[in-house]
Design a protein. Structure first.
Length: 430
């Protein structure tokens, strides 16, 4: 028996209903904020994918050659393709606010919460350099989570320029800066000692490495952390620019109404090399052990690298697989209407024509409806409806037809009522 390739999965209808529901909630919020849909290829040129992705990600890209010997790769995120589109389509009106949902691939070691093929849902704003754009994509993210039933969040903020300033202060040479950022990004995975070991490979002595991580570990109220950080980085102008950006972002967050959820985490790096300013991750309060369910940041340089000129951009991405798992864990799908609403059950073959007419009437007003296609006995039709989680069965027999009525059975309670044919939708509901 053939199985899906390692790190991939089949999603049977019960699971796909949940995933589609999550995507629908996110899509609704994104469009309410004015983000427009964009579709891009599942594979891109190898050279494009390597630009500013970082050594770790390059090793995870699915690389192949086509029959014309062109070097290609499966996309590892949705941002790189967006940057290419903006670089090519200079006629796009700015700001260009786009959302995208789709599959991405990374050759990682699969685990319970991590796969090689997974879904992302992104929202990005191109053409705005101010922190208001960063704040808005975070606001959309918070609204998405609220719409899906989450009450509290932890929004971790940092700025790559602050992190770079601390790393330079520790003595890391400019040409090894990105290597040091990648090392810090592994802090949760390999711990403080592991990061120090990585930093010593970059010619950083143990003492400054320790001081670096101690500085990055400072926690507390955002205003206090930023104030203390400003004193430590007074000789590093770029770090001060990063601090100014975070302060502005937090002020905008107050206007959007989610500033209370923000914490400044100076060790937050985000693994991709293309980030240039504020970076952020969002966690569900009470479920922090699941890791971030959304993350992103500002990437002002990559579009220029692709030939599109100096173009600021920022965005955020939901990890759909992790998000679905989390909602499932907290029971968020339990009370949702997912799947088929109604089964039309003709008592005999002679009733099939009427059954089809009733089904078409319900479908015309948006009620998901199936008709028994196998000519099964009535008891078997009820058994099928029960297994599929159908909520109501409409029973059509000769007596009902003569009386101009239909019998409706509630599969949850077992109760049956007879209603006039003209009042079917009123009783079934949307």
């Amino acid at each position: 028996m053939y199985q899906p390739p390692r790190g991939t999965r089949d999603f049977l209808p019960e699971e796909m209903y949940k995933r589609n529901w999550v995507l629908d909630q996110i899509r609704g919020v994104y469009e309410a904020y004015g983000f427009e849909p964009l579709g891009t290829p599942s594979f891109e040129s190898w050279e494009l994918l390597k630009l500013k992705s970082g050594a770790d990600v390059i090793n995870q890209i699915y690389y192949f050659k086509d029959k014309a010997d062109r070097e290609l790769g499966l996309r590892f995120d949705l941002t790189t393709s967006l940057a290419r589109v903006v670089a090519v389509h200079r006629e796009l009106q700015m700001p260009f606010k786009r959302y995208a949902m789709g599959t991405v691939w990374r050759y990682e070691n699969p685990s319970e919460k991590r796969f090689r093929e997974f879904w992302q849902a992104d929202a990005d704003t191109v053409g705005v350099s101010g922190s208001i754009a960063d704040a808005e994509v975070l606001s959309a993210t918070v609204d998405c989570l609220k719409k899906m039933g989450f009450d509290g969040f932890v929004i971790k903020l940092n700025d790559r320029r602050i992190l770079e300033a601390f790393i330079r202060k520790a003595g890391v040479p400019q040409d090894r800066l990105l290597d040091a950022i990648r090392a810090v990004d592994k802090l949760l995975k390999i711990g403080k000692d592991g990061v120090i070991k990585e930093l010593t490979k970059l010619s950083v002595d143990a003492e400054p490495a320790n001081l670096l991580l101690d500085s990055l570990a400072q926690t507390g109220a955002p205003a206090k952390v930023l104030e203390d950080t400003e004193k430590k980085l007074s000789d590093y102008p770029e770090g001060l620019v990063g601090l100014k950006a975070l302060r502005e972002l937090i002020e905008h967050a107050k206007l959007f109404g989610y500033a209370e959820y923000i914490v400044v985490e100076l060790s937050l790096a985000r693994g991709l090399d293309y980030y240039t300013g504020p970076v952020f991750e969002v966690l569900a309060e009470g479920y922090e052990d699941y890791g971030s369910i959304a993350g992103g940041g500002r990437y002002d340089g990559i579009i220029n690298l692709m030939g599109g000129g100096s173009t600021p951009a920022t965005g955020i991405s939901f990890g759909i697989d992790r998000l679905v798992l989390l909602i499932e864990t907290k029971g968020g799908f339990n009370d949702l209407k997912l799947g088929v609403d109604v089964l039309i059950a003709p008592i005999s073959d002679s009733m099939k024509g009427e059954a089809i007419k009733v089904a078409q009437d319900l479908r015309a007003v948006g009620v998901s409806t199936v008709v028994d296609l196998l000519g099964r006995r009535f008891s078997k039709q009820l058994e099928y409806a029960n297994k599929k989680g159908v909520r109501k069965v409409v029973i059509i027999g000769e007596r009902e037809l003569e009386e101009g009525c239909l019998t409706i059975r509630d599969m949850k309670t077992g109760e049956q009522v007879k209603v006039e044919r003209s009042k079917l939708f009123e009783f079934i509901g949307a």
